[in-house]
Design a protein around this ligand. Structure first.
Ligand code: NA7
Length: 532
């Protein structure tokens, strides 16, 4: 028997976005239900438990800013939090604000259908429940729907195959095993050095080499923490101004490579390399738009790979031939060094493609690699995957899958025309993955909850983006993206990692101008939306 339950707001996902959205919706005295497929809260940090899983943003920036007491009381032990540390923090937040009572765990939303007559969203879940709400907020994450490649013979493998984002919760003893890993994005680059240390042997199947830079993780510096906490709001404000190449509170230098001598370039790049993390990409202020600065930065990293890795043939295989920062930047702890180990083999699957997974391992065009465990570090169907895996239908039963068949379209990355009262947190068309996600999430959640609060105060039942505003927004996103080097390689921002996915640039470069635009839209009475 189905149970029908009516709410003001249904939030899909109990990760960082969904948790904050719940907090904000409650403050508006609305009835709220959060539906989460995972067995507990945390989203990305609930699922991604692979060896070495760690955030790539400094802890003091990768945390909620909405509550001064919360940000003052929490202590992070290291510069970059590990997955268990972030989960611990999120559990602390949930307890502090009593969030769990409104979250249904281990429940997957299968469909969300807009009922025009009632002007409500009807939501069906995999446990047979049917719920309805005036507002539907998709807090489903930008990087959350795993990409499982379709490789011949996968089901025949006699050992386990684990995607990094579906790593067993009880952990996995790698000692004595021959491990194969496919994929060298952030997850692969974090996992590879740790797996190599623990396993008997590791074979890395690489499709694209990475421009990885050292994270330089270290214990938190109490002096630095005290200085930031003395004016945390000021730190956060500065943080919100940073987006683009360096994704960090440390601003980029205010000059281009062309403005300084070759000697000075090298000095600056070395200084930033020693600093570690995303600030490296701010050695010059234009590496995502200027080929000369981009090349200078890439050449420097090329030199570092040569310095670190002993075998020139491996150096060749590990050196990318695309613009640096074009794929989402990757930070590492001993990644390139790992290829000097005797128990690590690098296989370039462009030169010798994978033919099949066999009962004993992975067969490429030139060898059979015997394995006990296969790790898929193959990433995600980013930005649209989590939304399109749910059957979402707007006005006239229009499926979102059809509306987005040629790529995602929406207004401000927040709303799709024809889908009233449905909001996407960090949706395509918003800065999202091109910023510190925390900052992007808080800005979106605050915009959406303020909007819902405004509607309640002014007796508006419905808000919907106009088609004209949507069209202009999509053109704007394309225009901005086309001025950058982010369109110069085969990255997942454009869907290149998923066979058959439309090649459309999905995130919007430039956080501060985006925030200004969102504020301007509100100041002009929700310009581009119809309120009724
Ligand atoms: P990413 O960054 O998408 O990396 C996935 C990796 O897997 C990347 O090297 C891909 O190569 C590779 N890949 C994907 N599909 C295949 C197939 N079919 N065969 C071989 N290799 C494949 O995901 P991550 O999980 O590492 O990182 C996700 C985010 O986490 C990251 O952006 C940070 O925000 C943190 P490709 O580059 O597509 O050629």
């Amino acid at each position: 028997m189905t149970r029908l339950k009516a709410f003001d707001v249904i939030i899909v996902g109990a990760g960082i976005s969904g948790m904050y959205m719940l907090y904000r919706a409650r403050r508006l005295s609305l009835s709220v239900r959060v539906i989460e497929a995972g067995g507990d809260l945390g989203g990305t940090w609930y699922w991604n438990r692979y060896p070495g899983a760690r955030c790539d943003t400094d802890t003091l920036e990768y945390s909620y800013s909405f509550d001064e007491d919360l940000q003052q009381e929490w202590e992070w032990p290291e510069r970059y939090p590990t997955q268990p540390e972030i989960l611990k923090y999120l559990n602390h937040v949930a307890e502090r604000f009593d969030l769990r009572k409104d979250i249904a765990f281990s429940t997957r939303v299968e469909s969300a259908i807009f009922d025009e007559a009632a002007s409500r969203w009807q939501v069906a879940t995999d446990d047979g429940a049917e719920l309805s709400a005036q507002f539907l907020v998709m807090a489903t994450g930008s990087i959350s729907a795993p990409n499982i490649p379709d490789i011949d013979g996968m089901e025949s493998f006699q050992g386990p195959i684990h995607h990094t984002a579906r790593w067993p919760h009880e952990g996995f003893d790698l000692s004595g095993l021959r491990v194969g890993i496919i994929g060298t994005g952030s997850s692969g680059v974090q996992a590879i050095p740790v797996i190599a240390e623990q396993a008997a042997h590791l074979t890395v199947f690489q499709r694209s080499p990475q421009w990885s830079v050292p994270a330089h993780n270290r214990p938190s510096d109490p002096k630095m923490v005290a200085a930031i906490k003395a004016d945390y709001p000021g730190f956060r404000a500065a943080n919100r101004l940073q987006s683009g190449a360096q994704l960090s509170h440390i601003p980029p230098n205010d000059f281009s490579a062309a403005d300084v001598s070759e000697e000075e370039r090298q000095r600056i790049l070395e200084e930033r390399w020693q600093l570690g993390g995303f600030p490296f990409f701010g050695a010059f202020n234009d590496i995502t738009v200027n080929l000369e600065s981009n090349r200078a930065t890439a050449d420097f990293v090329r030199g570092k790979i040569r310095e670190i890795v002993n075998d020139p043939a491996i150096v060749e295989m590990l050196t990318p031939d695309y613009t640096i920062h074009c794929k989402r930047p990757v930070l590492d702890s001993g990644y390139f060094e790992t290829y000097n180990r005797d128990n690590v083999l690098l296989v370039d699957i462009n030169a010798t493609p994978i033919e099949a997974i066999t009962p004993r391992g992975i067969r490429t065009t030139d060898a059979d690699h015997d394995l006990d465990l296969i790790v898929l570090a193959t990433g995600f169907d980013n930005m649209t995957g989590a939304l399109l895996r749910i059957d979402i239908r707007g006005r006239d039963g229009l499926p979102l899958r059809d509306e987005w068949a040629a790529g995602p379209v929406n207004y401000l990355g927040l709303q799709v025309s024809g889908f009233p009262n449905l909001f996407t947190i960090t949706g395509p068309g918003s800065p999202s993955v091109l910023t510190n996600m925390m900052v992007a999430i808080e800005q979106h959640v605050e915009w959406v909850s303020d909007c819902i609060g405004f509607m309640a105060a002014n007796n508006h039942a419905s808000i919907e983006a106009t088609e004209e505003a949507q069209e202009a927004w999509v053109a704007h996103v394309n225009e901005v993206a086309n001025q950058t080097l982010w369109v110069s390689c085969r990255n997942w921002y454009q869907g290149y990692n998923i066979p058959g996915k439309p090649r459309v640039f999905m995130p919007l470069p430039g956080f501060p101008p985006y925030v200004e635009k969102c504020e301007e839209v509100v100041a002009k009475g929700y310009e581009g939306f119809v309120l009724s």
